[in-house]
Design a protein around this ligand. Structure first.
Ligand code: NDP
Length: 274
């Protein structure tokens, strides 16, 4: 049977095996999907051993996305801009790297009917996640995309890297003009440590849509801040997690699984575990 796996550290918490087994059953594909714990020192050799044992592809999570990028013999444009790979495709010994985070985010935003064309978008963070979603976001033709980051230089460098007809710039939090955005995406890891980036309330109004890539049973600090300031629509990153996996599955198996049932299943699990 075709073998797939997710590599990470830690890995026991990963939802990828459940997600991909669900996709396999739903689409009638014969495959096995496991979880592999690695260390920085043995990540590349463990991937090589997985290929030797007949592995067809794998997902990569923290802290190995940059190492997976190095390991790839060719990469997609999204992975190149991100400098990070979350999906490996093995063609014999030849390794192709892709980054499906951005397509996953866009699929989730579309699932929630979030308009992007002609809109003013604020992207918070300039790490791997922000870099990975940049090109697919720009492809939706927003009016303007501002990248804001705690370390300002990283936001500026990222904006300069991109050649796009869309107006794009990189700034620090103190530089943000007092004008509401249509969509604010939190691609920083601040919520993971229960922190909120220094945002002013006049960056949003009730129609601003706030999206946090972090997900949990309760609202993330960013989404709670948005609600406290009158925002009507907040979304967390559980749907993005599922959709980026669906894109990986399609790359490997040539068939795009449906995600609605899994969305409900994983949300219920999250609430039960809280
Ligand atoms: P990185 O470590 O590469 O980058 C972290 C980013 O967050 C940096 O820009 C950093 O700023 C910023 N940051 C961290 N703490 C704060 C803070 N207190 N205030 C303001 N900014 C802060 O992480 P990733 O880019 O890989 O991941 C970011 C988040 O996205 C993670 O929480 C991850 O779980 C989530 N994610 C979710 C996915 C999903 O499918 N739902 C997929 C991928 C990621 P600085 O440069 O100044 O250090």
């Amino acid at each position: 049977m075709d073998q797939y796996a997710v590599f990470g550290n830690p890995i026991a918490q990963s939802k990828s095996p459940v997600i991909h087994q669900h996709f396999a059953e739903q689409t009638g594909q014969q495959l096995e999907y496991g979880a592999q714990l690695a260390e920085i020192s043995d990540f590349k050799s463990k991937v090589a051993a997985f290929i030797q044992s007949g592995g067809k592809g794998c997902n990569i999570t923290a802290p190995f996305k940059e190492l997976a990028f190095e390991l790839s013999q060719s990469v997609s444009e999204e992975a190149r801009i991100a400098g990070a790979v979350n999906t490996l495709i093995f063609k014999g010994d030849y390794i192709v790297g892709d980054n499906t985070d951005g397509r996953g985010l866009i699929a989730d935003l579309k699932f929630h009917n979030v308009p992007m064309q002609g809109k003013r978008i604020l992207l918070m963070g300039a790490g791997g996640a922000a870099r990975g979603v940049l090109l697919p976001l720009l492809a939706e033709n927003p009016q303007k995309l501002i990248i804001v980051n705690r370390t300002v230089e990283k936001a500026q460098q990222l904006a300069e890297l991109i050649d796009s007809p869309v107006k794009i710039c990189g700034v620090g939090y103190a530089d943000l003009a007092d004008k509401p955005f249509d969509l604010i995406i939190n691609a920083s890891s601040a919520s993971l440590s229960d922190q909120l980036p220094p945002l002013k309330a006049n960056l949003l109004n009730k129609d601003t849509i706030c999206y946090d890539m972090v997900y949990r049973a309760a609202n993330t600090p960013f989404n709670q801040w948005a609600i406290d300031n009158g925002v009507e629509t907040t979304i967390d990153g559980l749907g993005m997690l599922i959709e980026q996996a669906a894109v990986s599955f399609e790359i490997w198996r040539g068939i795009r699984p449906k995600t609605s049932a899994l969305r409900q299943l994983l949300r219920d699990q999250l609430l039960r575990a809280a």
